[in-house]
Design a protein around this ligand. Structure first.
Ligand SMILES: Nc1ncnc2c1ncn2[C@@H]1O[C@H](COP(=O)(O)OP(=O)(O)O)[C@@H](O)[C@H]1O
Ligand SMILES: [Mg+2]
Length: 374
């Protein structure tokens, strides 16, 4: 259970035991065996899943498996299989590796406990076919008496066309184990998650209910302000805290930065700390920089995608591209721009000819920018 063991205690973590209990209870009641949660980046999904939900599940006798596919975009299959394997006891892991014909000697029984993260992943990856590895790991998990909670963070990566075969294999494997394996899909892109669950051609079609992740609010601010005041000479009021929270678009990550700044420069006061936080983190500057670094064709493509004008390669799409850039656009113009945007992780390809802007917040910024000019 690497994900739990590597977490250091964090006094600033605002615990959400009721929310964790509500999810687990719905599983216990067999209301559902899979759920999908979405919220923007930096809103506290990962922190909740790792610090509240997984420990609560472990306490309720679940085996737990967690993986964040964001950094594993090129090999989400290996990441998932190894997350599942980590839920097993060492002898289970050894049995899996033996079945896969992998050189077990390299992986000492204690390796994973010593925190040798990645080595198991490498071993399983080296075994080749990830669908086969998945089957072996699940076979070992089937021998366990305890139920398993599998948390897939940034799950929209599975919607990428490249991973379609594995995603189908995963869905089939989970389908027959609904009683014993509960799954939480979390993600930052509502659009992509929706497509994963709502499109008949997608592997997870109709499989999980998708709902917004409950966001942090005044209780979180009150908790943080109280802790701050126990250490600060100059107290911050709840009103000042709420004001900063609102100004930072109710984003926990930014609010924490504000609190840190306030703590370090208390004499300058809360407005100064807020102004500093805004300029250092805020989207407008950040997105504007991201935008101005794009060339005109890339900007035009991003604009079209943000506005849901999907048909980029078609005649009407190229006409739009020409109009937006003021230069005659060809299929090559579009293809090169799309390749650049993908290599910079700005755009994702979901399927052939189907592209999305990765960061919904950036997409929204682009849309708003257009509205202002229109
Ligand atoms: N429950 C919480 N208590 C305290 N801080 C939190 C909490 N949830 C989120 N944060 C702050 O917000 C940051 C971003 O949260 P994270 O879980 O990584 O967001 P997401 O996964 O939605 O992108 C965290 O690093 C932390 O500083
Ligand atoms: Mg996250």
């Amino acid at each position: 259970m690497i994900p739990l063991e590597t977490l250091q205690p964090d006094p600033w973590h605002f615990p959400r035991p009721d929310l964790a209990a509500a999810y687990l209870q719905a599983f216990d009641l067999k209301l559902s065996s899979a759920r999908g949660l979405f919220a923007r980046r930096r809103m506290g999904k990962t922190e909740f899943l790792r610090r509240d939900l997984l420990p609560a599940a472990a306490e309720r006798n679940y085996l737990v498996a967690y993986t964040n596919l964001w950094d594993k975009r090129s090999a989400p299959d290996e990441a998932l299989v190894s997350a599942l394997a980590e839920a097993l006891e060492p002898q289970g892991v050894r049995a899996v590796l033996a079945k896969l014909g992998s050189p077990v000697r390299k992986l000492k029984a204690t390796a994973r406990i010593a925190g040798a993260e990645g080595s198991l992943e490498a071993e399983l990856g080296a075994a080749g076919d990830s669908a086969v590895a998945l089957r072996e790991v699940l076979r070992q998990l089937d021998k366990q008496k305890r139920p398993l909670l599998l948390v897939i963070d940034e799950a929209q990566v599975l919607a990428l066309a490249d991973h379609s075969d594995f995603a189908h294999a995963l869905r089939a494997a989970l389908d027959v184990r609904k009683d014993r394996i509960k799954v939480i899909f979390a993600g930052s892109s509502e659009t992509t998650l929706r497509e994963m669950f709502a499109r008949a051609s997608e592997p997870f079609y109709n499989w999980a209910a998708l709902e917004p992740f409950p966001l942090l609010g005044e209780e979180f601010v009150a908790f943080t302000v109280k802790l701050l005041n126990s250490m600060a000479r100059h107290r911050l009021t709840l009103e000042q805290g709420m004001h900063a929270f609102e100004e930072l678009h109710r984003t926990p990550e930014f609010f924490k930065r504000f609190v840190e700044r306030y703590m370090l420069y208390q004499l300058q006061g809360d407005e100064a700390a807020l102004a500093h936080t805004r300029t250092s983190v805020f989207s407008d500057e950040h997105f504007l920089r991201q935008w101005t670094e794009l060339n005109p064709a890339d900007q035009a493509i991003v604009t079209m995608l943000a506005r849901g004008e999907g048909d980029i390669h078609g005649a009407s799409g190229l006409a739009r591209l020409t109009a937006l850039t003021g230069k005659r656009a060809t299929k090559n113009t579009a293809a090169h721009a799309l390749r650049r945007l993908q290599s910079h992780n700005i755009v994702t390809r979901l399927a052939i000819g189907d592209y999305r802007i990765e960061d919904e917040a950036f997409a929204e910024w682009v849309r708003r920018r257009r509205d202002v000019r229109a």
